[in-house]
Design a protein around this ligand. Structure first.
Ligand SMILES: [Zn+2]
Length: 499
């Protein structure tokens, strides 16, 4: 190796070393060059922000954006949507029926800013609207795209569009196999914005904002935005199993969550154009780093049990306080509701942030509409299937629940299990702590019934098939054993071959 080459290699190595730094009291690792997904060529999917376009409410539509499942099996659960490019009103947004998947991606940047404006946070902290928009635009670009999202020219006839789409798709697939482009059908910008939106509804319609200060509200909305930044479409465990540089960097603990926190905060530090947190005072920045860090860490599935336990402790303490208050009142009954949180207690406020981000993150099964819930379900299953395939290719232990999800029946079983064991206990507790959110558990139960109907239909078909085989088998009961087996086999063959 020549000295020049050696020098180059050393320079590359230096470039790939993580840079440790501190962002206002919070340890930040500048990981730009050390994440596997950064090592591939990141195609810049969106041009630099055109602010005029980003803020324009002009609804003149030159292109339509559609969702299509393409060649992927979606079992009819992925909706085919023509996406809106107008900015929704705050009344539309403050509604459980609001569905981020109905909008073009750039529109959601404005939705994010509208939520901050709803709480007057731009004025309160003197935040710059353009910088916030640039930051959110960068966050959007740092999420990997799904394979469903595509722009088409609406002036073309549908058949021509479809043909062109097919060719594009095939080319894209070829490119993907060569360059190993990461596709995230679930952990993409839409999931980030779904989490932002649901967190906002927990605050405003759920009444959690009563217990929080303006800076906490900012941290929750901001934290939800960055909580899955640069998600590779596979989970933290996949990083740990492969002993990646990222897993080592974070000591195998909440690997992807820590990566997202660091990226989200260090972006402000690295690029003044994106420093949306600049107007905050030093003490506030320290508070934000801690609050956002803790809230995003709460989205690590491994922390689920601790959060449910913590929520139950608040329920118990609240009930005790309520009883004490009631018994101290003489004569007249106390009609006030039990209060579980104390706004003056920072630990209470931080717990609410953790609870909201974790709950919003796994809130897809409690959507008010089954169609929306199933759309998200098929997305997450697509990612699971891809991870299981990768694990097989790399001869790693395969994550059992991600493997073999190749029918509506199996996906329904997975969804029911996930709801019953994780989502339902959490949302039941949330319904006690925030009574205005009680209906979420009920919506989840209702959605579960639809999955159960798929299972029942499958089981019924199975039973009918078995009983038909038995019935035909019984006709030949008087024959000897071998002949009976042969006849049953023939009857099955006749049915399966359409006779
Ligand atoms: Zn998430």
């Amino acid at each position: 190796m020549s000295d020049a080459n050696k020098d180059n290699d050393e320079a590359d190595e230096d470039k790939n070393k993580p840079i440790y730094t501190v962002w206002h009291g919070y340890n930040v690792v500048l990981t730009e060059n050390c994440h596997p997904s950064e090592m591939r060529k990141r195609e810049s999917t969106t041009p630099p922000l055109n602010e005029a376009a980003a803020f324009s409410n002009n609804t003149t539509q030159r292109t339509a954006v559609r969702r299509s499942s393409g060649k992927l099996e979606d079992y009819g659960w992925l909706r085919q949507l023509d996406l809106r490019n107008d900015v929704p009103t705050i009344d539309e947004i403050r509604d459980w029926k609001f569905d981020v998947l109905q909008f073009e991606d750039t529109v959601l940047i404005q939705v994010f800013i509208k939520l901050l404006e709803y709480y007057n946070l731009l004025e309160t902290f003197n935040l710059d609207r353009d910088t916030l928009a640039r930051y959110a635009n960068e966050v959007m670009n740092l999420h990997h795209k799904d394979c469903y999202y595509q722009k088409v020219d609406i002036e073309q006839k549908d058949e021509e569009v479809d043909e062109e789409k097919e060719i594009e798709k095939e080319e894209e697939e070829k490119d993907n196999s060569k360059s190993d482009i990461i596709l995230c059908e679930y952990h993409n910008w839409y999931h980030a914005m779904s989490c932002v939106h649901t967190s906002f509804l927990f605050l405003t319609l759920g009444g959690a904002d009563e217990y929080l200060n303006p800076i906490d509200l900012f941290c929750i909305i901001f934290g939800a935005l960055i909580h899955d930044l640069d998600h590779p479409g596979t989970n933290s465990d996949f990083e740990v199993k492969r002993s990646t540089s990222l897993a080592k960097l974070y000591d195998n603990d909440a690997v992807l969550e820590r990566h997202s926190i660091n990226m989200g905060l260090s972006m402000c530090q690295k690029n003044p154009e994106l420093d949306c947190l600049k107007p905050f005072k030093e003490k506030e920045k320290e508070y934000i780093a801690h609050y956002v860090g803790e809230s995003v860490l709460a989205t690590d599935p491994a922390r689920h049990g601790g959060i449910v336990k913590g929520a139950l402790e608040f329920v118990e303490k609240g009930a005790q306080n309520y009883q004490q208050q009631s018994s101290s009142t003489t004569g007249e009954s106390d009609s006030s509701e039990a209060s579980y949180f104390d706004r003056s207690n920072p630990k209470h406020r931080q717990f609410i942030g953790r609870l909201i981000l974790h709950s919003a993150d796994i809130s897809n099964p409690v959507q008010s509409s089954f169609d929306v819930a199933a759309d998200w379900a098929i997305r997450v299953v697509t990612e699971f299937t891809r991870q299981a395939e990768k694990e097989k290719q790399l001869q790693l232990p395969v994550t059992e629940f991600m493997d073999g999800l190749d029918s509506k029946y199996k996906i329904s079983k997975l969804q029911i299990g996930f709801f019953n064991f994780m989502v339902k206990p959490l949302f039941h507790t949330i319904g006690i702590l925030f009574p205005k959110l009680k209906m979420l558990e009920e919506w989840g139960v209702k959605n579960n019934l639809q999955y159960q109907a798929v299972i029942d239909e499958h089981d019924l078909e199975q039973k009918v098939r078995e009983s038909m085989d038995m019935k035909e088998g019984r006709v030949f009961e008087h024959y000897d054993g071998d002949k009976q087996v042969k006849e049953v086999e023939e009857s099955v063959y006749r049915k399966s071959s359409g006779f």
